[in-house]
Design a binder for this molecule. Structure first.
Ligand code: ACO
Length: 324
């Protein structure tokens, strides 16, 4: 007998304002054709001036709790992945905790940039497996629009804002791969690559917020290699093979990275949940946003095997295997 984290509900929130590639053409020297060909992105949602990361997270969390049929008072833990917190401190997770009316348990942020949601799922799952928490809210929420250099065409066209959330419930299970819930997690990082994707500000280094800087082609090279290998590792831990995968729910950075990774894994294109065209790269929010899409439109069903995978600044990368 083991403890498994079973997904009981999911939710998402996207700001109302949709920015098209055409709108960006007015701002920087780019074209819709370049952006679509290189990335697959057509639109992104951008938070209003009065919307903070916590506002996006709270909306997604409320929807996930409603989907799970649960009240915030039943939660033991909130784990929130973000690289764009409201403030340096307190954590955005504690702001969400207060807004939800949750007065017990614990809440904290996890920072692994675009891999944040996979890292947060792993942390939450460990709490559940050890019996330290039973009901956990896992959130990925970002306002990357606030850290973009809107004059830099090589980065500003790639990102968007949003939030997604899942509720995990601890349940006893047999311990084999037919169980529902999180079956395996695998995380990696390699800090030697910190200067290929980073923000050039921060409280200790510069006392400013800073802007995102990236060596795009270098990131691309590492992404496909790291993502395909970590998915293989996670599937092996779960005792499953790529043939068993019903849905690949990747971090939505770039259509070419997603398709190349799937090809390398021999996962067919129809099994990929792809939202990058509409959402762009929402960093830690992109996986739960994609998940929510495919659950709500009926693609993902109970018993399906999902692989979540992501890579981001650090570099960090990881994968989770989940039976829905
Ligand atoms: N519009 C028009 N031209 C552009 C733009 C733009 N928005 N941005 C760059 N260019 C130009 C470049 O200046 C360059 O011009 P040059 O040849 O005259 O020097 C040319 O386009 C090609 O630039 P590259 O950077 O080589 O283009 P590439 O095909 O590598 O695409 C991209 C760039 C989309 C950033 C790609 O490298 C990529 O997706 N990398 C991964 C980065 C990523 O997604 N990071 C997110 C976080 S990490 C993660 O989630 C995996």
């Amino acid at each position: 007998m083991v403890r498994r984290s079973v997904v009981a509900g999911c939710g998402a929130y996207l700001p109302d304002r949709v920015v098209t590639n055409e709108e960006l053409v007015q701002r920087v020297d780019t074209t819709d054709e370049w952006i679509v060909q290189r990335t697959g992105i057509k639109t992104r949602h951008i938070a209003g001036d009065d919307q903070k990361t916590s506002d996006l997270a709270i909306a997604a969390a409320r929807q996930a709790l409603e989907h799970a049929g649960m009240n915030a008072s039943e939660l033991d833990l909130v784990v929130l992945a973000t690289a764009t917190p409201d403030h340096t401190f307190p954590s955005t997770a504690t702001t969400v905790q207060a807004a939800l009316g949750m007065t017990r348990g614990a809440a904290f942020d996890v920072q692994a940039v675009c891999s944040g949601f996979v890292y947060a799922m792993n942390v939450a799952d460990n709490f559940v497996r050890l019996g330290q928490a039973k009901n956990v809210l896992v959130i990925g929420a970002e306002t990357f629009s606030r850290i973009l250099d809107w004059e830099d065409r090589t980065t500003c066209v790639l990102f968007g804002d949003g939030a997604g959330a899942v509720v995990l419930l601890g349940q006893d299970a047999s311990g084999d791969s037919s169980d529902r819930g999180v079956l395996a997690n695998c995380l990696h990082s390699d800090g030697r690559h910190h200067d290929l994707l980073y923000v050039d500000g921060g409280p200790s280094a510069t006392q400013t917020v800073g802007h995102l800087r990236m060596e795009g082609p270098e990131v691309f090279k590492h992404a496909v290699k790291n993502l395909s290998s970590v998915v293989g590792e996670a599937l092996e831990i779960a005792g499953l093979h790529t043939d068993d995968v019903d849905w690949l729910v990747p971090h939505q950075a770039n259509k070419r990275i997603i398709s190349s990774t799937a090809r390398k894994l021999r996962v067919s294109e129809e099994k990929i949940v792809m939202t990058v065209e509409r959402h762009a790269n929402t960093s830690a929010a992109s996986i739960p946003l994609a998940l929510n899409d495919a659950v709500r439109d009926g693609r993902i069903n109970t018993g399906d095997v999902l692989v979540l995978e992501a890579m981001g600044g650090g570099f960090t990368w990881g994968a989770s295997v989940v039976r829905w």
